[in-house]
Structure formats: structure tokens, C-alpha cells
Write a protein that binds this ligand. Structure first.
Ligand SMILES: [Zn+2]
Ligand SMILES: [Zn+2]
Length: 375
């Protein structure tokens, strides 16, 4: 590593930037990272003056850096935003309770208002209770569907015009890879944009850190001394994002620009215009955005409440339709669902799910600190 910073030419370099390879001192790195985020916000027209922005705050590094930066840049550049912290409590003992404590510490220091919405309060089910009914697999499917809706509901409750999430360039690249491999054109079309176009939810979303490399977010948090929580979710992951993530890390090792390039590819993909996209309607039961008579969360809840938790997963459409119409299932159909109601075991005898990675951003395996990086 060269002895002096390549930007100011005076201070000793403290790191080599993962994104560009430049050797920089601490002050020049922080300044560059902040300015790039500001430029991304301006170029993407992410916010308008006077808007109320709910920052999805998980207590992890991405959303902690996001909340810190938005507050700093709003003051520095006069965006005129009303910033709020919005957290989702999934009800995962040993994980979310600890990360919410980090959010509360951030709230205390920053003075930003905080609102917490919980699965228990919104759906009547905590993730720990869902996991006891469901077993070790598929928990992330439930959690992802419920979290998306919970963020929307919390944002509406707080009167927010927009939700800002901490998705970074690595997350965007992984998602592009996964959607491409699955041929999921709906998500490819919606997914790569920075916002504020919205997506499938009720409140428009944006990702101000979508061009920021995960490694640089870790470095920024470290050099700013930000206090965040980094432990993996206790529930087993859906493996597919893990493979996309591993593949991306290999590509990045060979060529650091691969992370940004994949994000750009996702934005530039043009899809055939005659592809049929699902129509957007509203859920008959809860009024949330839905392309079917019931939204995904209500279908999953229907299964849980009937003691058939796997109803919402996989290819059970005919059974789902029957249940939604209130028709009884035959013995054979109940057997096929393979998840007949069992007595819920008493609380204290139930072990937590297997240790593993959450498919979703908030619980995924994280770089814990700069020691995980080689620079
Ligand atoms: Zn410098
Ligand atoms: Zn619904």
C-alpha cells in the first residue's frame, strides 16, 4: 500500500478502496463515500423537498449507515426531508430483540423518531411460533412476505411518503443474478431500479446505497465508529441467494467492477413488451396490493390458521382455491399437504431453528467488520 493518500497527497493512506483500488486516507474515503451517495440521490431523484421518509432500520450495518448518511446529507445539502426510523419486529428471540436494541441506541443518539411494527401485532403470529409449526425450512419465505407488507403498513401509519432501504450494490447484483437464473421477468423489470418508481408494495421505495459496495459500507461504519448489530438470523436460509452470493464474490475477486456491472445490466435489460405482467389489484381480505384475490400474506396466514402451514408454499393452487372458497378438503388432499395440524409444543421445550442464513437482506450473513476484508 502506498504511504500517502492518492486524493489529498498528504495524509497516510488508511485503506485501499474495494470499488476503485485507490489508496485513501480515512478523511478522503469518508468524503468520497458521502459525496457518491449524495450524487446517487440527486441523479436518481430519490427524494423531493418536504417528503417524509421512513428508513427501514434493522440495526444491521447497511441500514445503520443509511440512516446516518441520510441525516448527514439532509443537513449538509438541505434536502428538506422529515426522516423517521421504521423497524419490523418479526418475533425472533436472540436475534431481532438484540438488533432492535441497536436501533434504539441509534434513535437515542440521532433523535430521529422510531416506530416498530411487529408480526405478532399485525398477523397474530411471531416468526418463532411460525417456525415451530413449519419446521426448519421455508421460514424465510414467510418472513420475506410478511416483512414487505409490515414495512408498508408501518410507513402508512407514520404518514411516510417513501421507504428508504439499505440494499447495497451487492444485494442488487445478487438479486439480478437470481432473477435472471430463474427467468423472473416481473422482478427483473421492477427490481433493478433505484426507485422512486415503487415496485410491488403500497409505498414507493428507494435504495440510496444501491451503488455502494458492501465492503465499503463495512469500512464506512468502521471509520465512523457506528454502532450496529451483526449476527445471523437463527432460521435456516433458502439456499439459492447463498449460491448467487458466493458466485458474486468470486466474480468480484476476479474483477471488482463485476458488482456494479451486474447492477447496470439489471437496469439496462430490455424485456419483450408483449410479456404478460400480473395485474395489480387489492386483496379481498386485507386490502393490500395483490395480483390474486388474496395477497401472499393472507394466503400464508390462511394456511397457518388452518394448521396447514405449507399451504402457501409451492404448487398447491387447487387446494388453495378450495380452501379460499371454504370447500372442505378430502383426506387425501390433507395428506398431500403433509402438514396436518399438530398440537403446538410448549414454549420452553422448543429449540430455535437451525443456525443458518436468512435469505432476506436483513438476516443475511454479513461481513462483520474490516477484519473480514483484505485491503
Ligand atoms: Zn486523503
Ligand atoms: Zn391480504
Amino acid at each position: 500500500m502506498p504511504a500517502t493518500c492518492s486524493a489529498c497527497g498528504t495524509s497516510p493512506a488508511a485503506l485501499r478502496r474495494p470499488k476503485t483500488g485507490h489508496a485513501l486516507c480515512r478523511a478522503c474515503f469518508l468524503a468520497a463515500f458521502e459525496e457518491e451517495t449524495h450524487q446517487a440521490i440527486v441523479a436518481g431523484r430519490l427524494f423531493r423537498p418536504g417528503e417524509t421518509v421512513a428508513i427501514g432500520a434493522s440495526g444491521g450495518k447497511d441500514s445503520t449507515v443509511l440512516a446516518h448518511l441520510l441525516q448527514l446529507l439532509d443537513q449538509r445539502h438541505g434536502y428538506g426531508l422529515r426522516l423517521l426510523l421504521l423497524s419490523v419486529d418479526e418475533g425472533i428471540a436472540g436475534y431481532r430483540d438484540a438488533s432492535l436494541a441497536a436501533v434504539r441506541r441509534h434513535q437515542h443518539r440521532s433523535g430521529l423518531p422510531l416506530h416498530v411494527v411487529s408480526y405478532r401485532q399485525l398477523y397474530g403470529w411471531s416468526m418463532d411460533r411460525i417456525a415451530r409449526h413449519l419446521g426448519p425450512r421455508n421460514n424465510c419465505t414467510f418472513c420475506g412476505v410478511f416483512r414487505r407488507q409490515a414495512l408498508d403498513r408501518g410507513a402508512l401509519l407514520m404518514g411516510a411518503d417513501k421507504i428508504a432501504t439499505g440494499h447495497n450494490a451487492d444485494d442488487v447484483a445478487e438479486t439480478v443474478l437470481m432473477n435472471f437464473l430463474r427467468g423472473d421477468v416481473g422482478r427483473l423489470r421492477r427490481g433493478a431500479g433505484a426507485g422512486p418508481a415503487g415496485g410491488e408494495g403500497a409505498v414507493p421505495r428507494c435504495k440510496p446505497l444501491r451503488h455502494a459496495y458492501e465492503k465499503e459500507i463495512v469500512l464506512y461504519a468502521y471509520f465512523q465508529g457506528l454502532d450496529y448489530f451483526s449476527t445471523e438470523c437463527v432460521y435456516a436460509p433458502q439456499a439459492y441467494r447463498g449460491y448467487a452470493r458466493a458466485l458474486l464474490k468470486e466474480l468480484e475477486a476476479a474483477r471488482p467492477s463485476a458488482v456494479a456491472d451486474l447492477g447496470h445490466s439489471g437496469e439496462r435489460l430490455s424485456l419483450r413488451s408483449d410479456l404478460r405482467m400480473p395485474a395489480r389489484g387489492t386483496c379481498q381480505r386485507c386490502g393490500y396490493v395483490a395480483s390474486q384475490p388474496l395477497c401472499k400474506a393472507c394466503v400464508l396466514l390462511e394456511g397457518l390458521d388452518r394448521g396447514l402451514p405449507k399451504l402457501g408454499i409451492g404448487k398447491h393452487r387447487r387446494l388453495r382455491d378450495k380452501l379460499q372458497d371454504g370447500q372442505p378438503l378430502t383426506q387425501e388432499e390433507r395428506r398431500r399437504l403433509g402438514a396436518l395440524a399438530e398440537e403446538e409444543p410448549p414454549e420452553e421445550q422448543v429449540p430455535l431453528g437451525e443456525l443458518g442464513r436468512d435469505e432476506e437482506l436483513w438476516g443475511k450473513q454479513e461481513l462483520r467488520g474490516p477484519r473480514d476484508l483484505d485491503f
